[in-house]
Design a protein around this ligand. Structure first.
Ligand code: ADP
Ligand code: MG
Length: 695
């Protein structure tokens, strides 16, 4: 078989159906995806640290022999499994511990050699490495891919190993790089000292040395932004000619809607609504990003836009990342428009998610096509190919960081040039926003509705558990409701899920046997999940034990207590999102973080949660603590779909922008023969832009 870059990975040696699935879950489907699956970081295994020379507070790599291990679950810590290994090198011994990863014992066999990477902390006066990344060595792995060199460390899921991935990627590189063509014009590469593409990809995976890796990164980042800016530029050239829909402002109807709201809009909301009105009234299609902290009231602004569309006889689509959120939005939108009439009929809000059965789905498809549905709320199901709108004029995308740029654009191609409002609750500083969202206008809601009391946050350890339970009871007694949140981590989904449900059983039977306790997690069927959420909303459930499925957007204003278990396992922005579920009503709310590991990065994150409440400040701190690489873990953020983290070199981004502009000045439709490689790559990398251009 002749393979090329698009060849499916299942045709590669050593990749069976099970592994194909695992790799797919990492976004790797083709050989090309492997080539661009860049490491998260590197380990310089030419320079290992002796145990005797380890420094407290720093991340370091050691190579040592496993002496033995011990497993315990500490007193009063029924839910915390501690796995401890002692390792030794010629200079000394070091204990290493992992929390809640009991499966590690199958890997850590005494006598084996292991490479460990982690931060050194002081624990009861002794040095210790906590939750280190590890790689067990054997005779096979002491080859030139895994040893005695700068080694790539990839993001993985359970059951995939670094070593396997290195081998597979090396194979792909050897086979494909020799025939790789460079799409960047020679003069641009020469002028900015950019490496050629083949050695860039090679050195991203297996760097000759760190400076070469940095050059490789610079080249790839340049190319990514060059392409992105080209597509933005092409779009802008077209956009100047594109005519969208100029909505008429029906003040009477909009005033009626505003009057019907149970609250007064904040001045920030009104400001953004003005911007929205301006955009929607103009013939130019709107592309606006709405940033606002959790709870700042973005939904109502979006709904205002929908009302504007409705009052012009058009449809709106409201896309959200989770079924739970779709369900909730649909309910609250329905109640907010329930009193309104347009052209003598009620406003019809429908819900479309992938868990509808065929019949229900087809009914909605029909109603959307016929124009019976005015506002369609839904998940990814909205970008399903067969869905046709009668006359869609507004697309709203909530919690955009959960979607990729492709998904967002696919919805836009549903119709001719609709207006588009994109919302995010992980606000970032403006300068940053402008590089990341280069093609969008930005609006910001920078105040919370009046009367909100900032959530009071506590950080406690296991010893205070009884106090935590008593505190919850006190609040329930006063008529409030509470969340108890459990983390789910990719590597051990089943284990954590068990933790949440064991916890739930225990709380229901013992601690809170006088209260109504509910459990919600991602594996429940949509119906069950909505039922539980509805009961919680209606006050029929007092305590909701949950995994992070409630992270985004859920709104229950009577809930005033949130307990977050194993809080050290969450990222700062994620904690902030979670905490945003409370403090939404008139009651003083409390967030209790339960955590053991309060040193290092985790400690800094938790401290930041205690001292900061403003989402913008939290984002800045998050960036400081994690560094841009982690913060913008491209894969988590999903937008734009760049192959490397954009924040490592802002200067290159600007140069790429200028060069893209220059090229488009010379060849505005990329029709010159020498630019065909670029044009083709654009159509492959950003196919939706291509479609937009054709429209
Ligand atoms: P987010 O910006 O996080 O999406 P929501 O739109 O869900 O926030 O709003 C949070 C809560 O605040 C909702 O219950 C909403 O009804 C309420 N809300 C929105 N705007 C106001 C306002 N101006 N005054 C009071 N409450 C408001
Ligand atoms: Mg929201």
């Amino acid at each position: 078989m002749v393979k090329d870059l698009t060849t499916d990975i299942r045709y590669l040696k050593g990749i069976g159906p099970k592994r194909v699935k695992l790799f797919n879950s990492l976004g790797v489907h083709s050989i090309e995806d492997f080539l661009y699956y860049f490491p998260r970081r590197y380990e310089d295994r030419t320079k290992l640290t002796d145990i005797a020379k380890l420094k407290i507070g720093e991340y370091q790599t050691i190579e040592a022999k496993i002496l033995g291990f011990d497993e315990s679950s500490a007193f009063r810590r029924r839910f915390l499994n501690i796995f401890e290994v002692v390792v030794e090198d010629s200079s000394g011994r070091l204990p290493c511990v992992w929390f809640n990863q009991p499966y590690l014992k199958q890997y850590f066999k005494p006598g084996k050699e292991v490479v460990l990477y982690g931060k050194i902390d002081l624990h009861r006066g002794c040095l210790q490495m906590q939750n280190a990344e590890y790689e067990i060595l054997d005779s096979e792995s002491k080859d030139n891919l895994n040893y005695g060199r700068i080694v790539p460390i990839y993001s993985l899921v359970e059951r995939l190993s670094q070593r396997m991935l290195r081998r597979i990627i090396k194979g792909c590189l050897d086979e494909n790089l020799p025939e790789f063509c460079d799409i960047l014009p020679y003069n641009i590469r020469q002028c900015h000292h950019l490496l050629n593409i083949a050695s860039s990809i090679l050195n991203m995976h297996f760097p000759k040395d760190i400076p070469t890796q940095e050059s490789a990164y610079k080249r790839i980042l340049f190319e990514e932004y060059f392409l992105l800016q080209l597509s933005f530029g092409l779009k802008r050239l077209k956009a100047d000619k594109i005519r969208g829909i100029n909505h008429k402002i029906n003040e009477d109807f909009l005033n009626e809607f505003e009057k019907g709201l149970p609250f007064e809009l904040t001045s920030s909301q009104m400001q953004v609504i003005q911007e929205l009105k301006g955009d929607m009234a103009s013939l130019k299609p709107m592309h606006r990003l709405l940033q606002g902290d959790v709870g700042s009231g973005k939904t109502i602004v979006a709904l205002y836009g929908c009302m504007l569309a409705v009052s012009n006889g058009y449809q709106s689509a409201f896309m959200v990342p989770t079924e739970l959120l779709a369900w909730q939005h649909c309910h609250s939108l329905r109640s907010q428009v329930s009193g309104l009439r347009f052209s003598g009929r009620a406003i019809n809000v429908a819900l479309l998610t992938s868990s509808l059965n065929k019949k229900e789905r087809e009914k909605i498809y029909k109603d959307v096509k016929s124009g019976k549905v005015d506002i369609l709320v839904g998940t990814h199901a909205l970008i399903e190919e067969h869905l046709e709108f009668k006359n869609l004029s507004l697309v709203v995308i909530d919690e955009q960081h959960k979607f990729g740029v492709h998904q967002r654009l696919r919805l836009l191609t549903k119709t001719v040039n609709p207006d588009c409002l994109i919302m995010t609750a992980t606000p970032i500083p403006r300068t940053l926003a402008m590089t990341i969202y280069a093609d969008l206008d930005i609006s910001t809601i920078d105040e919370l509705p009046k009367g909100r009391l900032p959530v009071v946050t506590y950080l406690v350890d296991e010893s205070r558990r009884q106090w935590v339970y008593d505190f919850i009871k006190e609040n329930l007694q006063a008529g409030r409701q509470a969340y108890i949140v459990y983390p789910i981590i990719e590597e051990s989904k089943t284990l954590d899920l068990k933790a949440a449900s064991i916890m739930y059983e225990d709380l229901k039977k013992n601690v809170f046997n006088k209260y109504r306790v509910g459990l919600v997690h991602g594996r429940l069927k949509q119906k069950e999940r909505s039922n539980i959420m509805q009961s919680f909303k209606d006050g029929k459930v007092d305590i909701l034990v949950s995994t992070v499925v409630i992270e985004v957007g859920i709104d229950v204003s009577n809930a005033s207590v949130m307990v977050i278990e194993h809080a050290q396992r969450f990222g700062l922005s994620q904690l902030h999102q979670l905490r945003g579920r409370i403090g939404r009503g008139k009651y003083q709310s409390h967030c209790i973080l339960i955590s053991d590991a309060v040193t290092g990065d985790a400690g800094e994150r938790l401290q930041a949660m205690v001292s900061l409440s403003d989402g913008f400040k939290i984002a800045e701190r998050d960036l400081e603590i994690r560094g841009p690489g982690e913060f913008f873990g491209v894969r988590q953020h999903g937008m734009p779909e760049l192959r490397v983290n954009p924040l490592g070199n802002l200067e290159v981004i600007n140069i790429a922008k200028q060069e893209a502009k220059r090229l488009l000045e010379k060849d505005p439709s990329l029709s010159l023969r020498q630019n065909q490689g670029l044009k083709y790559t654009l159509s492959v990398r950003f196919p939706d832009y291509e479609k937009l251009m054709a429209a």
